[in-house]
Design a protein around this ligand. Structure first.
Ligand code: TXA
Ligand code: MG
Length: 311
């Protein structure tokens, strides 16, 4: 089990942009500073995720949660009853929310929870920033419920595993969407439908809800740019905005942002959602995006662009 000095060390590493795995009552999480897009990009890289799913943002308590999402009365009641614990609440981002758009896969909402392990709570308090953490396993593999499961798979790909002992629940948290007129369970998990119903009578189970699906596929369409996207362009047309990559930029007089002038895919992933939003705000006729290599994080970047383009 992690000592006080190990917790302090883990907190420093995380604040420094490193990846730290930590125990929760559900499964071990692979954590990164949620406000640091580059650190969040390394989570996707380490997991080998072929696409960007929105990640759960971990906080120490309700007060910390209120800084990043807009709490409703219903959210207050549910948090009062189930936090710290295995219930994740999906709520709209606050205006001042500093969580990177990559962590939320470009959505206007965030999934937030306060895990209940004592050492993890100390860690989150010391970190002081929201922590984005998917389960600490490679994409498509079984979720880890002991510290050794994590170190066996990731080795020195991550900076530290904060050992909090075995996870008592062993399945992921329940994800509850509070952004619609009625609360909807998007993923079944540690807190049951029946338990939630006792607090919030009007809760529904999503028809897409399936404990085996890591992310309801629909979600990624919630945020698409208003402007149409043109992919893999070689030429930019009049009134288009350009989302560039690398150095060989086609001739263009209009607005342009470069995902990574050095052709660095991690930097490009970190910039992707923020830059799509920035260009979209300028109301261009279309957003022309340059080709991006399909290797490493490039696969996830291409996946997201394709989804946004087909929406
Ligand atoms: O128990 C858990 O929840 C573990 C531990 C580490 O806390 N974490 C976890 O995180 O399972 P992750 O990132 O693997 O799961 C994210 C889930 C996905 O089902 C995703 O679709 C949903 O949360 N989610 C995240 N952000 C969302 C959002 N803004 N709207 C709707 N669903 C969201
Ligand atoms: Mg998972």
């Amino acid at each position: 089990m992690a000592s006080t000095s190990e917790i302090a060390c883990a907190a420093e590493l995380l604040k420094d942009g490193k990846l730290v795995a930590f125990a929760t009552e559900t499964v071990y999480g692979l954590g990164a500073d949620a406000t640091n897009a580059d650190a969040v990009a390394s989570v996707f890289e380490a997991k080998g995720r072929p696409r960007f799913n929105p990640l759960i943002i971990h906080v120490s308590d309700v007060r910390a949660a209120r800084k990043i999402v807009k709490f409703t009365k219903q959210a207050e009641e549910l948090a009062e009853q189930f936090w710290p614990g295995a219930l994740t609440l999906v709520l709209p981002r606050t205006e001042s929310c500093k969580v990177s758009y990559l962590a939320g896969a470009g959505l206007n909402t965030l999934a937030v929870r306060a895990p209940s392990k004592k050492k993890t709570n100390q860690f989150l308090k010391q970190v002081g920033v929201p922590v984005a953490a998917p389960s600490a396993n490679k994409s498509g593999m079984v979720s880890p419920t002991e510290a050794s499961h994590v170190s066996e798979v990731f080795g020195n790909q991550i900076s530290m595993v904060l050992d909090g002992g075995p996870c008592t629940i062993g399945v992921e948290s329940t994800v509850l969407d509070l952004t619609g007129s009625n609360p909807v369970i998007l993923r079944h998990g540690g807190v049951t439908f029946e338990e939630i119903k006792l607090v919030t009578a009007n809760v529904n189970q999503s028809s897409q809800s399936n404990p085996n699906i890591a992310s309801p596929g629909m979600l990624l369409n919630h945020y698409a740019t208003v402007a149409p996207l043109r992919l893999c362009i070689k030429k930019v047309f009049k009134d288009e905005a350009l989302l560039a990559f690398g150095k060989n930029i086609p001739e263009h007089n209009g607005p342009m942002l470069n995902l990574s002038a050095d052709s660095n895919l991690r930097e490009a992933a970190a910039n992707l959602f923020g830059m799509m939003r920035q260009l979209d705000k300028l109301n261009p006729r279309a957003i022309a995006t340059m080709p991006i290599p399909k290797i490493g994080l490039g696969a996830a970047i291409n996946d997201r662009l394709k989804r946004a383009a087909s929406y």
